[in-house]
Ligand binder design. Structure first.
Ligand SMILES: *[C@@H]1O[C@H](CO)[C@@H](O)[C@H](O)[C@H]1NC(C)=O
Ligand SMILES: *[C@@H]1O[C@H](CO)[C@@H](O)[C@H](O)[C@H]1NC(C)=O
Ligand SMILES: *[C@@H]1O[C@H](CO)[C@@H](O)[C@H](O)[C@H]1NC(C)=O
Ligand SMILES: *[C@@H]1O[C@H](CO)[C@@H](O)[C@H](O)[C@H]1NC(C)=O
Ligand SMILES: *[C@@H]1O[C@H](CO)[C@@H](O)[C@H](O)[C@H]1NC(C)=O
Ligand SMILES: *[C@@H]1O[C@H](CO)[C@@H](O)[C@H](O)[C@H]1NC(C)=O
Ligand SMILES: *[C@@H]1O[C@H](CO)[C@@H](O)[C@H](O)[C@H]1NC(C)=O
Ligand SMILES: *[C@@H]1O[C@H](CO)[C@@H](O)[C@H](O)[C@H]1NC(C)=O
Ligand SMILES: *[C@@H]1O[C@H](CO)[C@@H](O)[C@H](O)[C@H]1NC(C)=O
Ligand SMILES: *[C@@H]1O[C@H](CO)[C@@H](O)[C@H](O)[C@H]1NC(C)=O
Ligand SMILES: *[C@@H]1O[C@H](CO)[C@@H](O)[C@H](O)[C@H]1NC(C)=O
Ligand SMILES: *[C@@H]1O[C@H](CO)[C@@H](O)[C@H](O)[C@H]1NC(C)=O
Length: 825
C-alpha cells in the first residue's frame, strides 16, 4: 500500500514540480536539480505520461529503461519500444521525445486514433510496425521525415486516404505492408523509386486506377500482392522486369486487356494469381517459361483461345485453375506430362473434343473439374488416376458411353447432364446420390430413378424392398426425444418446429421442414463442391450463407456413409447429445435433417476452422498469441468440465483432438464433433469399443475398454501441450521418461514461432504446463478431474517463484502436487 500511495503523490506532484519527478525516476546521473529537464528525463516523462506502463511502473520504479518492452542504448536513451499489452489512443505517447528511437513495434496492442504527425520526429526510426490495431485517419505526410525507415507495416487497421507519393523518398524501405485498410486513390507511380523494396503488400484496400508501369523498376521485389482492390487498366508489360518476383497476386481487381507476354521473364515466379478480373485475349505461350510455377490461377476472366501447348513445361505445377473463361479448342494432351498436378479445374469454358487419355498419367491428381464445357467422347477410366481421385466433376458436357465401374469408389463424382448410356454400375447407388447421374436420359438400372435395363427381374423387387425398409428405419429414427436429462440446459428445442423462409431463427426441424431444407439446398446449390470446406471424421463440411445473411456450417453424410451403420449411428449420436446441451465452448447445433435423402447437421459457422489447421499454418499460428492460446485451453477445459460434471448422466466426448476444437473469428474455442460422445449411464455398460484418434487416446483404453471421464482428461492434456508446443507432442511424450528430457527447460518446448510470453501470460503457461503433465499421467486415477482443472484456472493466480526461462520440466512435474490444490484432496 505504501508504494502505491507515494506514487499517486508523485503523480500529483509532477504537475507542479519537475524536481519530484526527477527523484522518483531515480536517475541521479542525469538529474542536476535544474528546472529544465534533460532529454533523458523527457523520454521517461513521455513514457510515464502515456499511462501505458501503469502496472509495470509500480513493480519497479528504478528507471524506464527497465520497463517491459523498452530498450535503451548505453547512454540511457530509448532505442526500441515494442510492447505486447493493450495500449489505447496512440497520441497518448509523445513521440517528439525519442530522438534515438530505432524500432517502434506496437502491433496488436489495440491502438486507436490516428497516427500522430509527431511520428515524423523519429528521424532514426528503421522499423515501424503498427499493424493489427484500430488506427484510423490518413497516413501523415510527416512520415516522409523517417528517412532511415526500412520496414513500414500498418496493415489491418482502418487507415483511409491515399498512399502518399512522398513515401517514395524513403529509399531504404524494403518492406511496405499496408494491406487490410481503407486506403484509396491510385498507386503512386513514384513507388517505382523504392529500389530496395522486397515486399509490397497493398491487398484488401480501396485502391483504384492502373498498376503503374514504374513497378518494373523494382528489380529486388519478390512478393507483390495487390489483390482485392479496384485496380483497373491493363497489366503493364514492364511487370516482366521484376525478375526476382516469386509471388504475384492481382486477384479480384478490375484489370482488363491481355496478359503481357513479358510475364515469361518472371522465371522465379512460383505463385501467380490473376483470377477474378476482366482479362481477355489469349494465354501467352511465354507462360511456358515459368518453370518454377506451382500455383496458377487465371480463373474467372474472359480469356479466349486455346490452352497453350507450352503449359507442358510447367513441371512444378500443382494447381491449375483456368475455370470460368472463354477457352476454346481441345485440352492439350501435353497436360498429361504435368506430374505434380493435384488440382486441375478447366470448368465453365467452351472446350471441345475428347478428354485426353493422357490425363491418366497424372498420378497425383485428386481434384478434376471439366464440367460445363462441350467435351465429347467417353469419361476417363484410367485406373491409376481414377483410384486417386477424391473428386471428379465432368457434368454438363456431351460425354457418351457407359458409367465406368471404377467411379463407384470416387468420393465425390458428378456425371450429370451428359449423354451417358447403359447400365448404372453395381453398387453405384450405395455410394452416390441420384443427382450425380441426372440428365443422362439413356441410363438404366432400375435404381436412382432410372428405368430397368431389361424386363423386371427378381433383383429389382429385392432392391425395392431394401429401399422401403431403409426409409422405414430412417423415419423411425426421426422420433427422437427424451433420451436423457441434463440439468445444465433449458429444454427449448422442439422437433416439430419448422421455420419461416429466410427466418433468422434457425431451430431444430425435421425432414418435413421443407422450407428450411430448400433454403439450404439453394444456398449450397445442392451441396455443390465449391461450398465444401473440409472432410471430417465422417461426412463433408459445407459452408452456406442463408438468404437472411446468416452463415452456417453443414455436415453432410455421403450416401455410402449414411448406409454404414457406424457413421449413421455417429450422426444420430451427435444430434442426440447436442440437442440437449448448451455451453459457450461447445458447438451449437442449429438443426438437422435425418432422412435418407438428406443426412446433414446444421451448426453455427466457426470462421477460423480447426485449431489443428491454425497451428499448422505459420502465419495463423503467429496470430494465435500466448494469451489467445491460454484462452483456448481454458475454454476447452470449461466445456469438458461441463460435460463431465453438469450433465446427468455425464457425457464423455471420447475424441478430443486439435481437429475437433474449432475457433470463431475472435479465436475463441468450441468443442465439436460429438459423433463418438458417450453417455455414462449408470444402468448400461461403460465398456465399449475403442474410439478416438491415435495420439490422443488414453493408454488404458488399449486394455480395459472402460470409458471414464479420465479418458477426456488425458486427451485434454495432449491438446494443451500441443497448443503450447505448436505441434503434436507425440515425440516429446515418448521421450518424457528419459533423463535428458527431464532436464529440458519449459521454454525450450514452447512454440518457437511466437515471441516468449510476457510475464503476465507466463503465469498461465506455467500453470497450464503443470496441469497438462498431470493430465497425461498413465494412471487414470492420478489425473485431475476437469472440474479440478477449471477450479485451478478460476482461482487467483499464484505467482511463480522463478522466471519462465529458468523452469525445467523436472521442476514442473514435481510442482504438480503443490500447484494444483484440488489434486491433493
Ligand atoms: C529494478 O531495476 C534495477 C535496475 O534498474 C534492478 O537492479 C533491480 O533488480 C530491479 N528490481 C526488481 C524488483 O526487479
Ligand atoms: C512532447 O515532448 C516535446 C519534447 O520532449 C515537448 O516539447 C512537448 O511539449 C511535449 N508535448 C506534450 C503535449 O507534452
Ligand atoms: C519534417 O522535416 C521537415 C524538414 O526538416 C520539418 O520542417 C518538419 O517540421 C518535419 N515534420 C515533422 C512532423 O517532424
Ligand atoms: C509487419 O511487416 C513486417 C515486414 O513484412 C513483418 O516482418 C512483420 O511480422 C509484420 N507484422 C505483423 C504483426 O505481421
Ligand atoms: C522507371 O520506370 C519507368 C516506366 O517504366 C521508366 O520510364 C523509367 O526510365 C524507369 N526509371 C529508371 C531510373 O530506370
Ligand atoms: C474482392 O474485392 C472487393 C473490393 O474490391 C472486396 O469487397 C471483396 O470482398 C473481395 N472479394 C473477396 C471474395 O474477398
Ligand atoms: C479506372 O478507374 C478510374 C477511377 O475509378 C477511372 O477514372 C478510369 O477511367 C478507369 N480506367 C479504365 C481504363 O477503366
Ligand atoms: C531467382 O532465384 C534464385 C534462387 O533463389 C536466385 O539465385 C536468383 O537471383 C533469382 N533471380 C533470378 C532473376 O533468377
Ligand atoms: C527457378 O528455376 C530455376 C531453373 O529451373 C532455378 O535455377 C532457380 O533456382 C529457381 N528459382 C527458385 C526461386 O526456385
Ligand atoms: C465467349 O465466347 C463465346 C463463343 O465463342 C462468345 O459468344 C462470347 O461472346 C464470349 N464471351 C466473352 C465475354 O468474350
Ligand atoms: C452431343 O453429341 C451428339 C452425338 O455425338 C451430337 O449429335 C450433339 O449435337 C452433341 N451436342 C452438343 C451440344 O454438342
Ligand atoms: C458408468 O460410469 C458412470 C460414471 O463414471 C458411473 O456413474 C456408472 O455407474 C457406470 N456404469 C456402469 C454400469 O458401470
Amino acid at each position: 500500500m505504501a508504494p502505491s500511495l507515494s506514487i499517486s503523490i508523485v503523480l500529483i506532484a509532477w504537475a507542479t514540480s519537475i524536481f519530484f519527478y526527477g527523484t522518483y525516476l531515480d536517475t541521479p546521473a542525469q538529474f542536476v536539480g535544474a528546472s529544465e529537464p534533460s532529454a533523458l528525463q523527457l523520454e521517461g516523462k513521455a513514457l510515464l505520461d502515456s499511462g501505458w506502463w501503469g502496472r509495470a511502473k509500480t513493480s519497479n520504479a528504478s528507471g524506464h529503461c527497465e520497463w517491459p518492452g523498452i530498450t535503451c542504448n548505453a547512454g540511457g536513451s530509448v532505442t526500441e519500444i515494442g510492447v505486447a499489452f493493450n495500449l489505447g489512443v496512440m497520441s497518448k505517447l509523445n513521440l517528439s521525445s525519442f530522438p534515438n528511437l530505432v524500432r517502434l513495434d506496437l502491433h496488436r496492442t489495440g491502438l486507436q486514433g490516428s497516427i500522430p504527425v509527431e511520428i515524423g520526429k523519429l528521424s532514426k526510426l528503421t522499423y515501424l510496425d503498427l499493424s493489427y490495431n484500430s488506427l484510423t485517419g490518413a497516413m501523415p505526410l510527416s512520415l516522409t521525415n523517417l528517412t532511415q525507415l526500412v520496414v513500414f507495416n500498418v496493415s489491418s487497421n482502418q487507415i483511409t486516404g491515399p498512399i502518399p507519393a512522398s513515401l517514395s523518398l524513403l529509399i531504404h524501405l524494403t518492406h511496405v505492408v499496408l494491406y487490410e485498410n481503407q486506403i484509396n486513390g491510385f498507386i503512386p507511380s513514384e513507388i517505382g523509386k523504392l529500389r530496395n523494396l522486397v515486399i509490397l503488400y497493398l491487398h484488401s484496400n480501396m485502391l483504384t486506377g492502373p498498376i503503374p508501369s514504374t513497378l518494373g523498376n523494382l528489380t529486388n521485389l519478390e512478393n507483390l500482392i495487390l489483390s482485392s482492390n479496384q485496380i483497373n487498366g491493363s497489366i503493364p508489360p514492364e511487370i516482366g522486369n521484376i525478375r526476382n518476383l516469386i509471388f504475384l497476386s492481382l486477384w479480384n481487381n478490375s484489370l482488363n486487356g491481355q496478359i503481357p507476354s513479358t510475364i515469361g521473364h518472371l522465371t522465379n515466379l512460383t505463385f501467380f494469381d490473376l483470377g477474378s478480373n476482366q482479362i481477355d485475349g489469349q494465354i501467352p505461350s511465354t507462360i511456358g517459361h515459368l518453370t518454377n510455377l506451382t500455383i496458377l490461377y487465371l480463373d474467372s476472366n474472359q480469356i479466349n483461345g486455346s490452352i497453350p501447348l507450352e503449359i507442358r513445361n510447367l513441371k512444378n505445377l500443382s494447381t491449375l485453375y483456368l475455370a470460368y473463361n472463354n477457352l476454346t479448342g481441345h485440352i492439350p494432351v501435353e497436360i498429361g506430362t504435368l506430374n505434380s498436378l493435384l488440382t486441375l479445374n478447366l470448368s465453365h469454358n467452351n472446350l471441345i473434343g475428347h478428354i485426353p487419355t493422357q490425363i491418366g498419367n497424372l498420378h497425383s491428381l485428386n481434384f478434376l473439374d471439366l464440367s460445363h464445357n462441350f467435351m465429347s467422347g467417353e469419361p476417363p477410366i484410367e485406373h491409376e488416376t481414377v483410384d486417386k481421385l477424391q473428386s471428379l466433376d465432368i457434368s454438363y458436357n456431351n460425354l457418351t458411353g457407359n458409367v465406368p465401374n471404377n467411379y463407384v469408389s470416387i468420393k465425390r463424382v458428378n456425371l450429370s447432364y451428359n449423354s451417358l448410356t447403359g447400365p448404372i454400375p453395381i453398387d453405384f447407388d450405395q455410394y452416390h446420390t441420384p443427382d450425380t447421374l441426372i440428365g443422362n436420359k439413356y441410363l438404366c438400372g432400375d435404381t436412382m430413378g432410372f428405368p430397368p435395363c431389361a424386363p423386371t427381374s427378381n433383383k429389382s423387387t429385392v432392391t425395392k424392398v431394401k429401399i422401403f425398409v431403409t426409409i422405414a428405419i430412417s423415419l423411425g429414427f426421426l422420433v427422437l426425444g427424451g433420451f436423457f436429462l441434463c440439468r445444465c440446459m433449458v429444454k427449448e428445442t422442439q422437433f416439430e418446429s419448422t421455420e419461416t423462409k429466410n427466418g433468422n431463427l434457425f431451430s431444430i426441424w425435421n425432414y418435413d421442414g421443407h422450407i428450411a431444407y430448400e433454403d439450404i439446398i439453394e444456398a449450397t446449390e445442392d451441396f455443390d463442391l465449391k461450398y465444401c470446406i473440409g472432410t471430417g471424421g465422417y461426412g463433408s463440411v459445407y459452408k452456406a450463407k442463408l438468404p437472411g445473411g446468416k452463415v452456417i456450417a453443414l455436415k453432410k453424410l455421403h450416401r455410402l456413409e449414411a448406409e454404414n451403420p457406424t457413421f449413421d449411428m455417429s450422426f444420430r449420436n451427435e444430434v442426440k447429445v447436442l440437442t440437449e446441451i448448451r455451453h459457450r465452448n461447445i458447438i451449437k447445433l442449429h438443426g438437422f435433417c435425418l432422412h435418407k435423402r438428406c443426412m446433414f447437421l446444421v451448426y453455427e459457422y466457426m470462421e477460423r476452422g480447426s485449431l489443428f489447421c491454425i497451428l499448422n499454418s505459420d502465419v495463423e499460428a503467429m496470430e494465435l498469441d500466448w494469451s489467445k492460446r491460454v484462452n483456448i485451453i481454458k475454454g476447452t477445459a470449461h466445456a469438458l468440465s461441463y460435460l463431465h460434471r453438469e450433465c446427468i448422466p455425464a457425457i464423455v466426448h471420447r475424441d478430443i483432438t486439435s481437429n475437433n476444437i474449432l475457433l470463431n473469428n475472435k479465436l475463441e474455442a468450441v468443442v465439436s464433433d460429438f459423433g463418438t460422445a458417450k453417455l455414462l449411464d449408470p444402468d448400461s455398460s461403460n465398456q465399449t469399443l475403442v474410439v478416438g484418434t491415435y495420439g490422443y487416446v488414453a493408454p488404458e483404453l488399449a486394455y480395459t475398454m472402460k470409458v471414464t471421464e479420465k479418458c477426456d482428461v488425458y486427451s485434454f492434456g495432449v491438446v494443451a501441450l500441443e497448443i503450447l508446443m505448436g505441434k503434436h507432442p507425440m515425440e516429446f511424450m515418448t521421450s518424457l521418461s528419459s533423463t535428458s528430457s527431464q532436464n529440458m527447460m519449459l521454454y525450450e518446448i514452447l512454440d518457437q514461432r511466437l515471441p516468449p510470453p510476457n510475464h503476465l501470460v507466463a503465469q498461465d503457461i506455467f500453470l497450464i504446463a503443470t496441469i497438462a503433465f498431470a493430465c497425461i499421467h498413465t494412471k487414470p486415477k492420478s489425473r485431475p478431474t476437469m472440474q479440478c482443472v477449471t477450479q485451478e484456472f478460476l482461482s487467483p493466480k499464484k505467482s511463480i517463484a522463478k522466471p519462465l526461462h529458468a523452469v525445467s520440466l523436472r521442476q514442473l512435474r514435481n510442482q504438480e502436487m503443490h500447484m494444483v490444490a484440488c489434486m491433493r484432496e
